[in-house]
Design a protein around this ligand. Structure first.
Ligand code: HEC
Length: 149
């Protein structure tokens, strides 16, 4: 019994060492998984249409002020138990990961997130639809596959 207990203590201790050796980037990743991943899934794919796929429209929203405010004001973000610094890091991790390399997006600053967070959105879906209605048409062409050939 004593042995089992000391084994457990050693395990916890090793875990703590590992955690403290983790880089900040790993902590951000961990915070995403812990505080956002339950709904948005590890890879950001979410559960559309209820939980949006973060890989699809988030880079567009992040490219203009109202969209940036929308991102920082959705209930899942505002009500997160993370502090504003941690939240800012998580938002920037997502932008880094999901925006196209040439999107040239401005990372969030802690001040910016603090400002937006003073107000939670009461109807996020409505604002989302309004913002998407202003999205310029994409220049991508759909590919048609002709099954007859
Ligand atoms: C309880 C589930 C849940 C959690 C936890 C959650 N979200 Fe969300 N998230 C949603 C839902 C649902 C929406 C759609 C808007 C709404 O109805 O709130 C959303 C919308 C978003 C959007 C807007 C994306 C778009 O395409 O419109 C972003 C960005 C986002 N969440 C990021 C996060 C981040 C970052 C975290 C962690 C800090 C987080 N969410 C935690 C459920 C969640």
């Amino acid at each position: 019994m004593a042995c089992a207990k000391s084994g457990l203590v050693a395990g916890v201790f090793a875990g703590a060492l590992l955690a403290s050796a983790a880089t900040s980037a790993q902590n951000v990743e961990y915070n995403y998984l812990l505080h956002c991943g339950g709904c948005h899934i590890e890879d950001g794919s979410g559960m559309p249409p209820h939980v949006p796929d973060l890989r699809v429209e988030m880079p567009y929203f992040a490219s203009f002020t109202e969209g940036r405010a929308y991102i920082a004001r959705v209930p899942g973000v505002v009500q997160s138990p993370m502090n504003t610094e941690q939240l800012t890091e998580v938002l920037n991790l997502l932008l880094n990961r999901f925006a196209p390399a040439n999107a040239n997006l401005q990372p969030y600053s802690v001040d910016e997130v603090t400002r937006y967070q003073q107000e939670v959105l009461l109807d996020p879906k409505k604002l989302r639809d309004q913002l998407l209605a202003h999205k310029p048409a994409t220049t991508e062409h759909s590919v048609t596959i002709n099954l007859d050939n």
